[in-house]
Design a protein around this ligand. Sequence first.
Ligand code: ARG
Length: 577
Amino acid sequence: MDYKVEISALLSKITGLESEEIARLMEIPPQSDMGDYAFPCFILSKQMRKSPVMIAAEIASSSDFDAPYIDSVRSQGPYVNFFIDKGHYAKSVVSEILQKGEQYVSSNIGIGKTVIVEFSSPNIAKPFHVGHAFTTVLGHSLSRIYDKLGYNVVRVNHLGDYGTQFGKLITAYRLWGDESALEASPIDELLRIYVLFHEKEKDDPQLTQDARDNFRRLEAGEPEEKALWQRFRDLSLKAFAKVYDRMGVTFDSYKGESDYSDRIPGVISFLEEKDLLIDSDGARVVMLDEYKLPPCLVVKSDGTTIYASRDLAAAMFRHEHYNFYKNIYVVGLPQSLHFQQVFAVLDKAGADYAKNCEHVGFGLVKFKNMKFSTREGNIVVLEDLLNESIAKTLDIIRSNAELRQTDMSEDEILDIANKVGIGSVIYTYLKSGRERDIVFSWEEMLDFEGDSAPYLIYTYARTRSILRKAMDQGISSSNAFDDALSLLKSDEEFALLKLLSDLPDAIEKAASSNEPFMLSRQVSRIARAFNRFYNNSSILRDSDDRLRSARLAICEAVCTAIKTGTYLLGIDVVERM
Ligand code: ARG
């Protein structure tokens, strides 16, 4: 039941204002002693020629509020504060969650609308580092969130598989490539020869020339160069697939930069038709002064195209192919200017879909007291971070009898360590606003009491264990479907129920701002409130059966909320710990 809508309808009768307008004005008071909803009376002051304080007092004393769900109505200054009947509230929230299950957070606001979520987009032949993990985790979560809201989601991996570096790789591979090393660990081998190329190139200008020639041959579609490039691409994708599998990440399209090279002439003629391409020292650019942006380079002076041209081609293609409602790019903040320029060029060319393109940026990844064997360029590879996190989780579980049931098999312990270890990494990426830099530290990530994935997963396992015990003892939450739910009136219960009932809203906000942290924060609040409730009430031991069933029903609702919430973040839970 939507209390805000109901109260707005009552207020509309009393004040003559439209219900929708009242609902828009209605506020959630900052403190619980100010009620659950508050209506500010300023808007009525002019027409009624009274002070909002007087109006609030009059409204509060109206006899039209004798609905069963209202406990009391009080005025405070210019506000009318509404206190919802706690028992009524409990019944409405819990029964809805129990009936709908994981669908309780679903919505259909996205029906019929396509959202493209472009994320991950690593560069082939390069290690999958922790920066690419940030976009991967964010994009994966956003895709699941949009999906839950009914949008038609297209997950795109815009692979970095094009550019002059492939000329260098081809040259290097022919000179120093080791076939068996390439098979065994492709990315390491490709990185090794790429680094070697740069070392040798310093004293050997012929190498630079060869690389250029090879790139030209690749662009011209020469079979030998094309085959080598294809091989590097396939092997890289295979390596990336391992990482994606570990995190449950999937894509609908791997259309990378190379796929757009054929479409560049189309982009150029489109911009020419609109008379937007200006010559600048032999290069061709689009001026963007009116957007207060530097010119966007589209074609270089040697006639080759660049990153921006491929993004223009990709956006045009996506518009034609998907007719998107939103096209979001989950890419680090350092590329902000690039996306502003690309969207501005489209806008200047009259493409109305430019306004539906959005860059979803994120901050940097840092480490506190963590040592990794960093590879070339001080890169931390995601696999190393995941492996270390799993190993540390395993140590914690093994050394802590409380976290480990006595009858757990080695396989089960490994499965738990795997899920918790990976979940900890994912949660760290998603626990604060995405534009902030994130700092990984083992103490925080693996703090079973802190704001961490282990805490959420442990809380989930706790709800499951209570439900299992109840089943063994023959206690069922279905007995709570009569009026027993209205016995849930304690402050802890009420606080918890409020958080549960706000979860769908948090999910919508996460989508509208592209901030999964709005969701992670809510799930974490729910877990914390549940543990407070758990510590203060004897769920299965209360002497009143009806109260026992009702509290069990809360456990079930929390279990559903945490499972759904963590799923949307990309984190797997475990049934026991
Ligand atoms: N491959 C690029 C990188 O690793 C990211 C691609 C971003 N997406 C785009 N449409 N430009 O930096």
